[in-house]
Structures are given as C-alpha cells and as structure tokens.
Ligand binder design. Sequence first.
Ligand code: GDP
Length: 301
Amino acid sequence: LVRLRARLSRSNSMLGKGLLALLSREKIDQDVWDEIEETLLMADLGAGPSQRLVESLQTRVRIEGTDDPAHVKQMLREELIRLVDPSMDRELALDGAGEDPGVVLVVGVNGVGKTTTVGKLARVMVAEEKSLILGAADTFRAAAADQLQTWGNRVGVRTVRSEQEGADPASVAYEAAETARREGADTVMIDTAGRLQNKAGLMDQLGKVKRVTEKVAPVTEVLLVIDATTGQNGMVQAKVFAEVVNITGIVLTKLDGTAKGGIVVAIQDELGVPVKLVGLGEGPDDLAPFDPEGFVDALLD
Ligand code: GDP
C-alpha cells in the first residue's frame, strides 16, 4: 500500500495539483467549478462521475456555508472516496468449494498485461502457499504460451498448454482445470486470447472457454484486464467484454505510466464492477490490491 501510494503520486499529482490550485482561488465561482469538472474529465474520471462530483461538492459548499480551500479539499477527498466506493467487495474469489479448484479466467485485449498479471498473481499465491495450475488458452500465438510458461517456471507453477498453434482454447482451458482438480490444486488460472476485431468470434471463444471449463468446476472469478494508459479506448473494451462474459473484477494495469488514474472511477461507474487489482510496473512485485482511500490520497497528493 505504501508502495502504491508512492508510485501513483508521481504520475497522478497533475490532477491533485490542478484541483488544489483551483480550490485555492479567492472565490469559487461557476467558472472555477467548470474548470474543476474539466480537470476531472482530463484525468479520465468520465463525464457522469465528474459531473456528479462537482454537483455534490457545490451542494456541500452551499449547505456547509464555507469555501475555505482546506475545507473544500477535505470535502473533495471525501466525495472522491465515495465515488470510488470503498463498500464494493474487492476480495478475489480464488478458492473453489469442496473438491473443486477455484477457476479464474483472465480476459482482455492483447497487450494490456494479461499474462504479466497472471504471472504476478501466481507469485503472490505461491507466496501464500496456495497450489496453482496455469492454463495457456491464448493459443493463437505460440509466444503467448511461452511467455506464460516462463512466468510459471519462474514461480514454480505448472503451465498447461498446447504445443500446437491455433489449438482450441477451450480444450486447453478444460485440460488445465481438469489437471487442477486431479491434482487437488487450490486454483487454476486461465490466460485467454483477446481479439476485439471480431466481437462475434470473441463471444464464441470466451463463451466456449467458460462453458467447457465449467464442466470441471464453476468459474469463481473473471478478471478483465484494462490498460490505464488507453483512456477511453479502455472503456470501449470494457463494455464489449462485459457484454460477452460476466466480469467479476477489473485489473487496471500500467497505472505507473499515466496521469489518468481517474479511469478507475469511470470503469467502475460504467460496469458496476470493482477494480480489484492494479498493475504498477513490469516487475514481478508490481501488483497491488486496489485500495480506494490510498488511491484517492495518491490522486490528491
Ligand atoms: P497481454 O498481451 O495482455 O498478455 O499483455 P502482456 O502481459 O504481454 O503485457 C504487455 C506489456 O505490458 C509487457 O511489456 C508488460 O511488461 C507490460 N506491462 C504489463 N503490466 C504492466 C504494468 O502494470 N505497468 C507497466 N509499466 N507495464 C506493464
């Protein structure tokens, strides 16, 4: 958490500085409120949430009868935290019930950081002494399975894959889940291919992966990985995937490389699904649980 704060603040301080400068104006008139909304929009908070935030701040300034900058800054912090919604359940469902392994599907378009996230998460689980199997269901590129296997080897976890490029992703996923069940593993984590060019194809493929895997054990978690640096594009992806599978959590990667952390708010608002994890770099330790208050403090730092 300490690291999350440090890493975010460097890249996101733009938003905080901009807002604080605006709130410190002698008089907060309509122009200033408009500029505040504009600043929130620029940080990718999304139109709806930005507008709601400004409205609730305006209401509070009126009701509480103060526009003292320190006070308004405190209100801003509180309203931002409310918007990020600490009440959402951010616990990962990694365990199955009884003999069933927990089944985690990791979905998202190519290049967003799926495989890296699977590797980082595997490392955390191994450190917690969980037993785990990885499934390389991105069978369209041999390199994808190689990359997953490299992560698996690094943390000492077996990767189930097909040697054959273009093999059926669902059969690899099934095989991985079956292996996990046979070996009594706690969890099987399945890396999938995401090709958005063809929504019907994606729907078929992910739908089938899920259906076939569920012949072995219920899917406990579907993590959608979104690259925070892609802004509105990430939103478009999120909506498409949400139509295809029932997303249970968002992983927002590359937050280390953007000043637009507000995308957290926009995506949760749009999908009604919590951000559960954030990626803060390319290294094996650069994954953290998402902490709403720490995140807002980092934004406002
Ligand atoms: P996939 O195609 O979705 O599986 O994406 P990859 O896991 O291969 O990641 C694509 C690139 O993004 C790689 O170069 C990763 O090292 C990089 N990457 C993944 N997560 C992060 C992150 O949180 N921060 C940064 N800076 N880079 C990341």
